[in-house]
Write a new protein. Sequence first.
Length: 718
Amino acid sequence: MELSPKNSPNRPKPLEYTRNIGISAHIDAGKTTCSERILFYSGVVHKIGEVHEGSATTDWMEQERERGITITSSAISCHWTTKKGPFANIEHQINLIDTPGHVDFTAEVERSLRVLDGAVAVFCAVAGVQPQSETVWRQMNKYHVPRIAFINKMDRTGADFYGAVEDIKTKLEGNPHPLYLPIGAEDKFKGLIDLVSMKAYIYDENDPMGVKFDTVEIPAEYKEKAEQYRAELIEAVADFDDAIMERFLEGETNFTEDEIRIGIRKATMSLKFVGVIPGSAFKNKGVQMLMDSVVDYLPSPLDVPPIRAYGENDEDTPSLEIVSDDFAPTTALAFKLWSDPFIGKLVFIRVYSGCVKKGMQIYNPRSRKLERISRLVIMKADKRDDIEEAYSGSICAIIGAKDIVTGDTLCEKDHEVRLEPPTFPEPVISMSIEPKSKADQEKLSIGLQRLAEEDPTFVVTTDQDTGQTLISGMGELHLDIIRDRLFREFKVEADAGKPQIAYRETITAPADGVGKFVRQSGGRGQYGHAEIKIEPLEKGKHYEFVNEIVGGVIPKEYIKPTEEGIKEAMLNGVVAGYPVVDVKVRLVFGSFHEVDSSEMAFKMAGIFAFKDAMKNASPILLEPIMKVEVTTPDEYQGDIMGDINRRRGQIQGMESKGNVTTIKATIPLETMFGYATDIRSLSSGRASYSMEPSHFEQVPNAVLKQVQEGVAKKAARR
Ligand code: GDP
């Protein structure tokens, strides 16, 4: 294969032989186990063949489980070489990027999806498509991530490969086609049939680590089935490969293995085809075939469309495209921060173009500062390798960065770009937090600040009424994990208050506001005067500020302080004191005094102007609405639906399968506290549910009154 001229001769692996992939799964489907096995077979954690006996095996696995946190926390690099196909005998660099599986971490999933080029979706062969896999799948569609599916746990009782494939078709509206078929299932799951080479791989019973398998003829009882699935595979692939299509229409069936592989690769890239592989990570089967497929079918950084970026003067629309090219100006995205107990803060970056070098100064357009890269590493399970430079398409980590937070772009000072910032959902829940021992107050603050830097959906604020520290996030579990990390990583034990709804406020009409801060009786006075116009902004855009001052009626140096005042006022809206979102503010007029004006006076003018405008802009209170999916035996369906109605929920759809019904609904979070217990008693413990944030909606009047009364009471208690 001819390599692209975008490759620097100094890079360790050409772009063509790089795969940045994510592994996603519903919780417990086996993502961690799969990742561990990938590291094992690729020789990162233990040289293959070092583990001889069953006992050593379990030991090793237990250790790995302990380390699971590190392994799946970020991005791990390994190498893989396939033996067949167009990439045969070429060592590939594979970067595994973790995509969290739990519903509370939707934002983290979105963030990691931005930096990967392809993904493996892991499903459980028994449970098939579960609600969270559905969410991640849809997000992958949104970010145009080509993927392959691994149907894991083929060894479990009730494993049904073909059922899971069908599930992908019906529930996810995907176009799944097996690349391999399983030989046997449950405790008789022995190996896989390769539908491209038409060979069978049977794992060696005497090698529990699954390193050895025999390549044999397809067993007679599977021949017909394999022929049928291979024909279907070729027909499906033909849709995406003109050369195959032409010959296929002429009745030809005799395609070479490589022709089919190239066809599958094209089909996968089109996003309209998903290859499916059966396996059991736990029983060490199918992982090598999965890795071969990652190399053969998932894109390299050169195969994906360029990413859009904002130039220095772009306001709303990104005008630049960043292409993987080692010779272009350097552009990288900080996608994850991780506090390592041993070496401190790690900033994971994806280099999109150019090269990040140890010792270089890199520019951060957000902070407008240069940052020196003192150490650069790639992660290999529990160890890290220092590297000198990282070229386009690489994933690596910076150690010792001072002021880089998740979502920052890093670039060259004279080539300023901002990569499109991911949109993060608003937190939906908050609770007060305080250290068990007063002496820990400072440690708590440091820990909270560090964790908030890592995670843009986790927010720390101070309650204006009570002075307490408030933490806000995407769900109770999210905040529990934060407390757990405070304890484990920062050694602070913290008490948390009852979870509260994180309401938001917004406006529904445009309005004008005037803010004057004038104190001019005797001595040096104060003078600030600002006039603004506000209007509703598109949902999720949070805030936009436009300076329309002409003729210097507010001098340049007072514009920023005025904006700061506006932003401060937005932290506490006029409806019930909650943060205000989705407002566009235009600063249109004002005046100043030669002597008495100051930054402080204009900040106050900004605060007053915003409060004044908001009062006239038909402000409303918004509450978080959750997307809830309940799966229940039919006999409890009526009770559960009645209960959803009582919770102000709206049924969005229902689906029956056998005698089990899945109910989809949107329900205000306010009514969902304690739902786990309630649904258990409603269904004698037989129904289950999942829940994730959906959107914000205006609260009904009765609820608004309650919220306002609650706020008033809290203020009175002070
Ligand atoms: P994750 O939550 O998706 O990361 O899932 P884990 O990898 O932690 O696996 C969840 C549980 O399923 C663990 O107890 C694993 O040992 C088990 N598990 C994972 N893969 C398999 C498999 O292939 N077969 C069986 N029987 N169990 C598995």
